[in-house]
Design a protein around this ligand. Structure first.
Ligand code: SAM
Length: 283
């Protein structure tokens, strides 16, 4: 059923709903009905979707724990001309889900890999969060243990793009607590919970207010979560104030000292100030 002729079969990366079973494209349904096999994260979960759309294609388990053995087996089948669709429990495969190994291996064997695009919790959350969408960073899941999680958040504290995280119900409060202590407590964030489902909630507030709200609302601590954080607002390097301070300091001090002082005074990152200093001094 290849939509374009290619060597062997075609590997389709097919997005499926993140909650509302109606959120699947007509093309995705056709592909899932016509391929030889559907590789699915959890066949019991995908069976519900298949039943809803009268898809009787065989389902085969493909997930993080068997990807290493399954990927070469599936690629052999593709090489022999079978068409395969990869789906995950919800959303777009490979986005915090298995599939990377399969796509790489298939491409290495000259198999055509194409997508039936559709829902992704990160992008859907971003589209309804009310935070800047022009530049964003998808961080997926943070480390489950507090020390490495805090370390990761510290590395992100100067990031000026909107930050997007997936978080499990078990850690959402602890993660928000770490965010409050590492980012400014009054930085804006968004909790996007149970998107497209009955109890969908999208709440935008300061991080500290979001934490207090979540701690006081046990009903809101259920389901699936995307956490979003506004990028650091004062991270823009070439503000008028920074330029003014830096040029005054550069007039009397060596560059390294001027950069360090300008960064301390304005709160801008040393790298950004250093780049600006090079520009100002014609370097
Ligand atoms: N591949 C999926 C995608 O494209 O979004 C993500 C898979 S990842 C294993 C599952 C995580 O996605 C959940 O823990 C949650 O953070 C987020 N997620 C999935 N569905 C969601 C929904 N309906 N509402 C909020 N978050 C959701």
């Amino acid at each position: 059923m290849a939509e374009q002729p290619g060597k062997g079969g075609v590997l389709y990366i097919v997005a499926t709903p993140i909650g509302n079973l109606e959120d699947i494209s007509a093309r995705a349904i056709r592909i899932l009905s016509q391929v030889d096999i559907i590789a699915a994260e959890d066949t019991r979960v995908s069976r519900k979707l298949a039943d809803r759309y009268h898809i009787d294609t065989p389902l085969l388990a493909y997930h993080d724990h068997n990807e290493r053995q399954r990927a070469p087996q599936l690629v052999d089948r593709l090489v022999h001309g079978e068409d395969i669709a990869l789906i995950s429990d919800a959303g777009t495969p490979l986005i915090s889900d298995a599939g990377y190994r399969l796509v790489r291996l298939a491409q290495e064997r000259d198999i055509r890999v194409t997508a039936a695009p559709g829902p992704c919790a990160a992008i859907t959350a971003l589209s309804i969060a009310g935070l800047p969408t022009d530049r964003f960073v998808f961080e997926g899941f943070l480390p489950p243990k507090s020390a490495p999680r805090r370390h990761r958040l510290e590395a992100l504290q100067h990031e000026s793009c909107t930050l997007i995280f997936y978080e499990s119900v078990h850690r959402v409060v602890a993660t928000l607590r770490d965010m409050v202590s590492i980012f400014d407590a009054d930085r804006e964030g968004v909790i996007a919970r149970e998107i497209t489902k009955q109890f969908e909630t999208v709440r935008r507030d300061t991080l500290v207010n979001l934490l207090v709200w979540l701690e006081n609302e046990p009903r809101q601590r259920k389901g699936e979560f995307v956490l979003l954080v506004h990028g650091r607002r004062d991270a823009a390097p070439a503000t008028v104030e920074l330029e003014r301070v830096l040029s005054l300091l550069l007039a009397d001090l060596p560059m390294k000292q001027a950069v360090n002082l300008a960064a301390d005074i304005t709160g801008a990152s040393r790298n950004d100030v250093y780049r600006l200093a090079l520009r100002q001094s014609g370097g």
